[in-house]
Design a protein around this ligand. Structure first.
Ligand code: GLA
Length: 414
């Protein structure tokens, strides 16, 4: 399924999200969209340095069922947070006006309005997710992207997906207040099944790179270490500032323009030198990984994954004890490569392992037990399609009405 064409999925009905919409607002939604979470094969902390990333979409994701209103209100309900509904007047949306989970979809509506799309009548959004939160799998970007597509569909805006990705990032940066890059939203909106998305974060140019672990008799294993992260806790923002400082001292606009580790070595400050070295070497590893995948050598990527982990641990200093232990146990038990994934300080690791055997997951579980940590959770990471539309389950094969929910009784879903 190609992104951009907004294909109506062959899946029957909008599923739990559509039912949840009915419970909350009555009637049927006009738009039901599913946006996946992401894993990142390689290219960590390179996106906001205008470098390259190589993420892919997961099968797990967030579904938003949406209907148009006429009263100018944005009504938000999540099946995962039934006690925290949010209703906001669109005209009063401003950073800080909505908090918690609802800030993400509210931020998307705010960003759309800032971009000249008033969404005047308002909208009712019912959210359903099967992505673990805080696991570093971009549940917030998936929520933003599903909301963006639903609002775009309800109001017939027809915005291109790269623009929706930018608006979703704006929502996160300027409304929610988390200074993340463009990787997660791009992966959720632009990925293609069976491929990773090579994204040049400066130009926005993308390429689909074949990523089919099963064909190579390998598997990509996500290890949710159970340690929870919050990008809003300041350490992510601190890394961004350090990178900006390093670029300024080297006389370039961004670390993307530093092309050799020797150039990064000119920095006198040892911390800034390490940060810059990570970004420069990581950009090189993304390019090498994309070339290996294009040549059909997924196994060859393993060494790059481990080198990425070492760089994130030693130079960028964003790994955490559970990730280091998971990676070491994976490498000692037959993984071809493994690394921490995402912003750091908690969340998941990714391991490239031989298909159909449990040696690596058993070894990681045993190591966690030995250290007295709760057992980690494992998910297979199957490179999946980017966001797509689900057909509302109206049975008539048309779907896609406005699903006007104004004035419907609130059925007390909270
Ligand atoms: C988080 C951010 C991304 C990216 C990664 C690190 O996932 O949301 O934009 O910066 O961290 O690669």
């Amino acid at each position: 399924m190609r992104p951009g064409s907004d294909p109506v999925s062959g899946a029957a009905g909008g599923g739990p999200a559509e039912r949840w919409f009915g419970d909350c607002f009555g009637g049927r939604p006009g738009q039901v969209w599913r946006a996946p979470g992401r894993a990142n094969l390689i290219g960590e902390h390179t996106d906001y340095n205008q470098g390259w990333v190589l993420p892919f979409a997961l099968g797990l994701g967030v579904t938003v069922a949406a209907g148009r209103r006429g009263d100018g209100v944005l009504a938000l309900r999540s099946r995962q947070a039934p006690g925290a509904p949010a209703d906001a007047r669109l005209a009063s949306l401003a950073p800080g006006a909505v908090t918690g989970w609802a800030a993400y979809p509210a931020g998307v509506a705010w960003a759309l309005r800032q971009a000249g799309h008033p969404l005047a009548g308002g909208a009712s959004l019912a959210v359903e997710s099967d992505l673990p939160q805080g696991a570093g799998l971009s549940s917030s970007a998936a929520l933003e992207c599903a909301a963006a597509l639903a609002l775009d569909g309800l109001y017939g805006l027809g915005l291109p997906r790269p623009e929706l990705a930018t608006l979703a990032q704006r929502a996160e940066n300027d409304f929610v207040g988390v200074p993340s890059g463009i990787m997660d939203q791009s992966a959720s909106l632009l990925s293609r099944a069976g491929h990773a998305l090579l994204l040049d974060c400066r130009t926005g140019v993308t390429a689909d790179v074949p990523l089919d672990p099963a064909a190579a008799r390998l598997a990509l294993l996500i290890v949710d270490t159970g340690a929870r992260h919050a990008l809003g806790d300041g350490r992510y923002a601190q890394r961004r500032r350090e990178c900006e400082q390093a670029a300024a001292l080297l006389g370039v606009g961004s670390l993307r323009d530093v092309t050799s580790p020797a150039e990064a070595g000119r920095l006198a400050d040892p911390v800034l030198r390490r940060r810059a070295r990570h970004v420069v070497t990581e950009n090189g590893r993304v390019t090498q990984a994309a070339a290996l995948l294009t040549g059909g050598d997924l196994a060859g990527v393993g060494a790059l994954l481990y080198a990425s982990h070492a760089s994130l641990r030693d130079d960028f200093e964003v790994s955490w004890p559970e990730a280091d232990a998971a990676v070491d146990a994976a490498m000692a038990s037959g993984a071809l490569g493994a690394r921490m994934m995402g912003g750091g300080f908690g969340g998941s690791a990714l391991a490239l392992v031989p298909a159909g055997q449990r040696a690596v997951s058993d070894a990681i579980t045993a190591e966690f037990a030995r250290r007295g940590w709760p057992p980690p959770a494992f998910f297979p990471a199957v490179p999946s399609a980017g966001a797509f539309r689900l057909r509302p389950g109206d049975g008539d094969g048309t779907g896609g009405g406005d699903g006007d929910s104004t004035g419907k009784a609130d059925h007390g879903c909270t």
